[in-house]
Design a binder for this molecule. Structure first.
Ligand SMILES: [Fe+2]
Length: 253
């Protein structure tokens, strides 16, 4: 285990310290694709707020979840073009790209062994294709490690969305470390640091930050209420400590 740990750690990108955060890698601001923004107008309002918080580039990541949000890469790309055009019309100077937040279900497991290209956010700097995925909250999914293996086999780098929010990780730090050692990168929600998702999420977010295991930060923005909390969190001294932990790769994508 120790050797595997060292081997995987060596493959990770160099650590950099950044401030402020210019790129967001997780949000639900493509209109009417999931439970986030419902219209281009709402997207515009929220995007302007994120720009006021210092973001210059947003990776928009609608859910892909069989039965609930059956979004295809084609549909997501089309919606991205519509939103881009609208922002251009309004002279809004911000870069937007699209990826997805894949829910670990049978559909995703199948996609991973198909030849279909998956939605990722990419880094020209390190040449990696980062694939954002989420899981159920209560129990460790049976296929968690198999999914990770399949993601890696396809040449993607797995990024687990908001690990701090999953009950099965909140009560099992060993599993947190096992995932990390397997090469999973962690994307923590900024608002977790202020307790927006509860104390357990805040505690695990802080633990990951102190352990320098946070690779990406995300707004996971769906609605206005979260912007207000983001503003407060990003103004707090604790958030500055998180950025200084020197683990955050956002500005590389
Ligand atoms: Fe999300």
């Amino acid at each position: 285990m120790r050797l595997t740990f060292l081997k995987n750690r060596e493959k990770r990108p160099d650590r950099i310290s950044i401030s402020p955060l210019r790129v967001d890698v997780h949000s639900h601001l493509l209109p009417a694709l999931d439970e986030g923004s419902k219209s281009v107008e709402e997207s515009l309002d929220l995007i302007l707020e994120l720009r006021n918080l210092g973001f210059q580039k947003l990776i928009l990541t609608p859910h892909i979840m069989a039965g609930f949000y059956p979004n295809s890469p084609h549909k997501i790309q089309q919606r991205l073009l519509i939103l881009r055009e609208y922002l251009e019309e309004k002279n809004i100077d911000i870069e937007i790209e699209a990826a997805a937040e894949y829910y670990l279900d049978a559909f995703f497991m199948k996609e991973l062994i198909s030849k279909n290209e998956l939605m990722t956010f990419d880094s020209e700097e390190d040449g990696k294709k980062y694939l954002l995925f989420e899981t159920q909250h209560l129990h460790e999914p049976k296929q968690l490690f198999e999914a990770i293996k399949r993601i890696q086999r396809r040449g993607y780098t797995p990024v687990l969305a908001h690990p701090e929010r999953y009950n099965y990780l909140q009560r099992n730090r060993l599993l947190v470390h096992q995932l990390y050692e397997t090469g999973v990168l962690f994307q923590v929600n900024i608002n977790s640091f202020s307790g927006y998702y509860g104390n357990e999420s805040r505690e695990l977010a802080e633990y990951l930050s102190v352990a320098q295991m946070v690779s990406f930060l995300g707004t996971d923005c769906h609605k206005q209420e979260q912007i207000e909390m983001l503003q407060k969190t990003m103004d707090s001294p604790m958030y500055k400590t998180v950025l200084r932990a020197g683990e955050i790769l956002n500005n590389r994508v």
